[in-house]
Design a protein around this ligand. Structure first.
Ligand code: SAM
Length: 338
């Protein structure tokens, strides 16, 4: 399959989509990861940023307090792999104390078996686990060495810990795991989990394979024929780009689809990203962003607000095609947070 890349458009300050300001922030707690998914990062380990360049717990707290003052109400912690950060529980505790409307994490779950209970106790509300296959050999191949048994133990621990919601993310790759969609849905539904399927995007290492590996949403839905009601799908209010279709059996169970490649959703985007070295980024699909000043890192409210305003003013216009833009290729998912 050959999907033509759209022509690069410069991010323009001229035509802005009307959005009040950021409501949702994704923080990349660390650029480190213990897996190397084929569509995300190169095989080689290392090349991480020096530890002293990463934001400290106090700085994360200060930045998030400043963002809260500016109207941000939902926080998702991601990475790299956020559960590798030695202070992840303390970060969760401090962000939870800011009384956000939502506090969630996206994790590969390699360490979730031990951390699910403590994370819940620290104030984490929701968990999304990335799981691309239920076959251990396949899982190890996609993640370049990931241990499916550890991930399944992490999912079980999350379910026992009483989170408000547990979801899964599966990046669907043609000829690799695209025959597993019904099995993944049944497995998830049996456990009260909401499964989500993601179109592979040309971000980072995905730039090498997305044209051949992309399975468009319509094809995913065809593969789930009989399990789902037909329709356009609905978004959860204030909850990011996934559109959900409901189970055909009337049980109310759902499957989410994230269409970063065939139907980009830039127009209504109210997301902001903060990277582990303290850069505010308005869009996943470019490396553009604004470094948080030293004053901002101490939580000086005006400094955080000024950085937010500057980053927000860099939001692309309505013609932007998100992760299909050629700038996406150069983005590191680890530093940025997927
Ligand atoms: N390590 C954590 C994890 O595995 O969930 C959090 C970071 S990871 C970058 C966040 C999400 O981005 C994962 O669900 C991953 O599958 C997704 N992702 C990474 N690269 C992608 C790509 N090129 N296309 C689509 N999704 C991608």
């Amino acid at each position: 399959m050959n999907v033509a890349l759209p022509v690069l458009r410069e991010m323009s300050a001229a035509v802005k989509v009307e959005r009040a300001s950021a409501r949702l922030v994704r923080i990349s707690l660390t650029d480190r990861c213990d897996m190397a998914c084929v569509y995300c990062r190169p095989a080689e380990r290392g090349a991480y940023m020096p530890a002293d360049e990463r934001l400290s717990v106090a700085q994360w707290e200060a930045v998030l307090r400043g963002l809260h003052a500016e109207g941000v109400r939902r926080v998702r912690i991601t990475g790299g792999e956020p559960l590798l950060h030695r202070d992840v529980l303390e970060v969760v505790r401090r962000v939870a104390a800011l009384e956000m409307d939502d506090l969630a994490i996206t994790t590969n779950a390699s360490r979730l078996a031990a951390l699910a209970g403590p994370l819940r106790a620290a104030g984490l509300r929701r968990v999304t686990v990335s799981i691309d296959s239920l076959d251990s050999g396949r899982f190890a191949a996609i993640t370049r060495g990931g241990d499916l048994a550890a991930v399944l133990a992490g999912v079980a621990a999350a379910l026992e810990s009483g989170f408000d919601e547990v979801k899964t993310n599966t990046v669907v790759l043609r000829g690799v795991n695209d025959d597993e969609l019904p099995a993944l849905v049944r497995w998830a539904w049996e456990r009260g989990i909401t499964p989500r399927f993601i179109e592979v995007m040309g971000v980072g290492e995905g730039g090498n394979l997305w044209r051949e590996a992309l399975v468009p949403r319509a094809e995913m839905i065809a593969r789930l024929a009989g399990l789902l009601r037909v329709g356009e799908g609905e978004r959860d209010d204030d909850r990011g780009p996934a559109k959900y279709l409901r189970a055909a059996d009337g049980s109310g169970r759902k499957v989410g689809f994230i269409t970063g490649s065939t139907d980009t959703y830039c127009a209504g985007c109210d997301r902001l990203r903060v990277t582990s070295e303290g850069k505010m980024r308005p869009c996943l699909a470019t490396d553009d962003g604004v470094g948080i000043t030293e004053a901002g890192k101490t939580g000086e409210p005006g400094a955080v607000a000024a950085t937010l305003r500057e980053a927000w003013s860099m939001k692309p216009d309505a013609s932007w095609k998100g992760c299909t833009e050629v700038t996406a290729r150069a983005v590191s998912m680890l530093a940025t947070g997927g």
